[in-house]
Design a protein around this ligand. Structure first.
Ligand SMILES: Nc1ncnc2c1ncn2[C@@H]1O[C@H](COP(=O)(O)OP(=O)(O)OP(=O)(O)O)[C@@H](O)[C@H]1O
Ligand SMILES: [Mg+2]
Length: 506
């Protein structure tokens, strides 16, 4: 009787255990039949398994073999079961003094027995630890991502022979590196490389510090895209918990991101996603038959940059309403609802009109009123209401560009942001993430305490500028972030006055 070998199936951002069991049938056919809802890739494992066993110098049982993947009602897909199926078949022929019930095995096999990279290795490692298993055997190329999980022995497998020898007593060295080196992005635009634009840079600093959404509007070539990209240079570093949370999403998305991306797991830097405006609503929010995470989930705990904002389809833009409010997206599937995290900071950029020159003294706008109205209507009121800071970016004159050297010191800006984030963590430890942007309105009074004069100012502004309820609370939250950057306990009048500057809708 064969041993039961444990492996896993990926469902959304989680993994479920799969038990693999092989038995010998009558006759001497040497055939393999796989049952338990396998897809084509799993069914084709038969050929890879047989060839890998023979080419690695092991004997193949000369009877009919039935392999069962339990639970039978969960669809199994992909080549990840090659390795556990092989081990299960070999236990029919060979005796191993090894306890298979305490480990999880996954990996694709080549015909010669080499083990290839798989998708979802991190999710499997998380599941293995949660189930109290002791070890996981994974393709060596997946080890970096799995090593984010602590409290689990992780064994890198290079080929079938090495794994079988391990079960026979010749140990594979366990991986003890728990942290991969930080990857430096050479192509990063630094905020300090941008000349002038002090107001826009300050607004980006506030947005990054408190996780607020920001819209940059201005004529062509004024530097909106450059400013948005430079936000990546001031994003605070990730802690271990955040690295795991983000890497989980990328591990589950390996199939849509291509094999290359799996190499760079775990994720060690905050995501900065910039989907093109032709992206469909489903590419943006996720879903599809495989319940893949969309751009908003890939930007979780980082930035979603939507350049040429009005050029996105209206449907795609409207689909952002729920995630922008709740920090997650709920995707309905036949088997039930799936929650995907999507707590991102939105940076949107747009021109003020189709030709881009509306409001400029130097250049005439060529758009009719009707055209401008149609262009702006592409972004609905509810979406605009979800933006926290509005910034008008103006072009610098050649003289200004020549003479204006940036006064900003990137290190000082980063230090201010990191300190503001620490202050938020101390105050908002129960929130995930602990950022001013996520404070619910019912707790704003407690968590954004204002000096008396600041409250007076807010009341006057709200009355004169006709704010929505959401806008009222947003201003308080932005003012709280400005106070945090200023290292101040209370929201003072000056913090609120600065916050109000960024609420003048364009
Ligand atoms: N303040 C600045 N400092 C340094 N370079 C700048 C500045 N503003 C613009 N540039 C230069 O101008 C180029 C164009 O800027 P960018 O692409 O960001 O403009 P844009 O506002 O996004 O234009 P569009 O509306 O056409 O998309 C940048 O690549 C950059 O080299
Ligand atoms: Mg641009």
């Amino acid at each position: 009787m064969a041993n039961k070998i444990l492996s896993a199936v990926i469902i959304g951002l989680d993994a479920e255990l799969v038990e693999i069991e092989a038995t010998l049938g009558g006759g001497d056919f040497g055939q393999i039949s796989i049952v338990g809802l396998p897809d084509t890739a799993v069914s084709e494992a038969k050929e890879r398994v047989r060839s890998a066993i023979l080419n690695s110098g092991w004997e193949f049982p000369k009877r009919k073999i039935t392999v069962n993947l339990a639970p039978a009602d969960l669809k199994k897909s992909g080549p990840i079961y090659d390795l556990p199926i092989t081990v299960s078949i070999l236990t029919l022929k060979y005796k191993f003094n090894f306890d298979f019930s305490k480990c999880l095995i996954a990996g694709e096999l080549s015909l010669s027995g080499e083990v290839r990279k798989i998708k979802g290795a991190l999710l499997m490692a998380i599941k293995a630890r949660a189930q109290g298993l002791e070890a996981i055997f994974l393709p060596h190329e997946n080890i970096a991502e799995a090593s984010l999980v602590k409290g689990l022995k992780i064994f890198p497998v290079i080929d079938l022979n090495q794994l079988i020898k391990h079960f026979s007593g010749q140990k594979i060295t366990e991986v003890i590196i728990r942290q991969s080196p930080e990857i430096k992005n050479e192509n990063l635009v630094n905020l300090s490389d941008i000349k002038g634009q002090e107001k826009a840079k300050r607004a980006l600093e506030i947005a990054v510090a408190g996780g607020h959404n920001i819209l940059l509007s201005g004529p062509p070539g004024s530097g909106k895209t450059m400013l948005a990209k430079a936000a990546a240079s001031i994003l605070p570093p990730l802690n271990d918990h955040e690295k795991l949370e983000i890497s989980r999403i990328y591990s589950a998305s390996a199939n849509i991101l291509g094999r290359q991306t799996t190499c760079s797991l775990p994720i060690t830097q905050r995501p900065f996603r910039a989907p093109h405006h032709s992206a469909s609503a489903s590419a943006l929010i996720g879903g599809g038959s495989k319940c893949r995470p969309g751009e908003i989930s890939l930007a979780h705990l980082g930035v979603l940059f939507m350049d040429e904002f009005p050029e996105f389809s209206r449907y795609a833009l409207e689909s952002l309403r729920q995630p922008l409010e709740e920090g997650k997206i709920i995707i309905s599937r036949a088997q039930g609802n799936l929650d995907l995290p999507a707590r991102f900071m939105l940076i949107a950029a747009m021109n003020p009109c189709p030709c881009g020159f509306l409001g400029l003294k130097e250049k005439d706008c060529a758009c009719s009123l009707e055209k401008i109205k149609k262009y702006r209507q592409k972004i609905s009121g509810p979406i605009l209401d979800r933006i926290d800071l509005y910034v008008e970016v103006t072009s610098l004159s050649p003289m200004e560009l020549e003479n204006n050297s940036s006064t900003d010191n990137l290190a000082i800006t980063k230090k201010r942001i990191n300190r503001a984030r620490e202050r938020q963590l101390a105050r908002l430890a129960d929130f995930s993430p602990p950022l001013n942007a996520v404070i619910p309105s019912e707790q704003i009074k407690n968590l954004c305490q204002c000096a008396g004069s600041a409250l007076e100012l807010l009341k006057i502004a709200a009355k004169n500028l006709n704010f929505s309820n959401r806008a009222y609370f947003k201003i308080l939250k932005i003012a709280r972030t400005i106070a945090d950057l200023d290292n101040s306990e209370l929201v003072e009048e000056c913090h609120l006055a600065e916050a109000l500057q960024y609420r003048t809708q364009l």
